[in-house]
Write a protein that binds this ligand. Sequence first.
Ligand SMILES: Nc1ncnc2c1ncn2[C@@H]1O[C@H](COP(=O)(O)OP(=O)(O)OP(=O)(O)O)[C@@H](O)[C@H]1O
Ligand SMILES: [Mg+2]
Length: 506
Amino acid sequence: MATPSTPPLLTMSGITKSFPGVRALDGVDLDVAAGEVHCLLGQNGAGKSTLIKVLAGAHQPDEGEIVWRGERVALKSPVAAMNLGIATIYQELDLVRHLSVAENVFLGHEVATKGFVRRREARQRTAELLKRLGHPEIEPGRIVGSLSAAGQQIVSMARALSHDVKLIVMDEPSAALDPDEVDNLFRIVADLTDQGVAVIYISHRLEEIRRIGDRVTVLKDGRAAASGLPAKDTPTPKVVSLMTGRNVEYAFPEKAPEDVVVRGGEPVLTAEGLALDGEFAPVDFELRPGEIVGLAGLVGSGRSEILETVFGARKPTAGRITVAGKPLRLGSVTAAVAAGLGLAPEERKSQALLMTESVSRNVSISSLSRFSRGSWLDRGGERAATRAAARDLSLRPDNPDALIRTLSGGNQQKAVLARWLLRGCKVLLLDEPTRGVDVGARAELYALIRRLADEGVAVLLVSSEIPEVLGLADRVIVLREGRVVHTAPAHELDEHRVLDLVMEGS
Ligand SMILES: Nc1ncnc2c1ncn2[C@@H]1O[C@H](COP(=O)(O)OP(=O)(O)OP(=O)(O)O)[C@@H](O)[C@H]1O
Ligand SMILES: [Mg+2]
């Protein structure tokens, strides 16, 4: 980390930015030194992404000043920021899915992607960058849309490094990553900072900030609640109370009583010999009303595919599913929804949300029949019901008419969950429900999921965060490479044991 006498690489002062009806940033100061990892923390909607979009030239501030290497600059466009050496890896990756890896990396560069020689040069340089990022196996010619989320993020990183960068901004880069991919990311960050590159790092995971952060700035309601605190020495309760203005309990809610788990009622959902060629081998499981079952495994272990298959978004190659004693028509989302199943998917932007619609419509979309009055829609009822579901999840802003795309990442996630709360499912399939959700709302979300279970909903939960699976689930099914390697009550497992099982099996 730079010594205090070095002038900052970047100083942002008094940054203010309003959107219609919201002051997203209100006089924020931030300074970043060369070679440091500066973490930005704050609840959902606190203004983190907006601040870095100002720095990336994607938003123009209403007020405030940006000084870069001693000179006042105006970042009129993303290209202007790039040219200074400021690169951004966005929360919602902004790659062009139908172009190749190399074309994405060199999009907008002088090394144009047209022409044979140039293309070959672009591919060669892309291959070098991918190697530097620890992913030599990614083919520069591969279409980006066919890569995993982690792979796409590496491409985004390669694009950043294809410029002569002095500052890389990463907006929740670890949210879609497995533990070993997070290790790779941290190695990349360490390499960069060794070379004097500064990193602004946004994450909701406090343990990550302790691991790689030098300093922390905490945003709350568009203001800096604290600037430049030492990342490793500031006690967690202090950080949390700066973020939330209150003390948040980390405790998970009480588990279901033993009789639900062990003797239970009749299963509400039974899967027998369910298999999808190339994704997962035959699995059998049961979900009882009132219990939360966790699926643990790495990306690619088949956990999301199982959820999608149960929900009818994929057609299994073998097996059967019974819901409340009746066979479920497989490969049909309509049949699954009619039978009382709900899915909150992993990729909310592409899979779940109607980005051009209001919050209210996004929440009510699966319950519209409830608000139909003949040929017209009871909009008042729709809005009131949305408001109630949103309140349960502390969704911000508290305005059902706001467009969903104007919500912060974490609040969009809450809207997807609100949809299934409103619908009232028998079986709730949750894929990474707390991804991008801040620590305060996380505790509320855990309590809410447990409350739904207590009311008789059966929950099948996928999470990359092993403590979350163990803390929330009653029973855990551990998957590796598409096979069930272990099933046990959560209290019989611990984090190390699950890690062993998901990685290698011992
Ligand atoms: N384009 C926009 N139009 C209107 N409001 C916006 C727009 N972009 C952001 N906002 C609002 O600005 C506030 C700050 O949002 P921002 O995305 O910066 O939050 P964040 O700290 O990144 O949250 P998260 O942790 O959920 O990603 C929110 O109230 C959000 O709804
Ligand atoms: Mg954000």
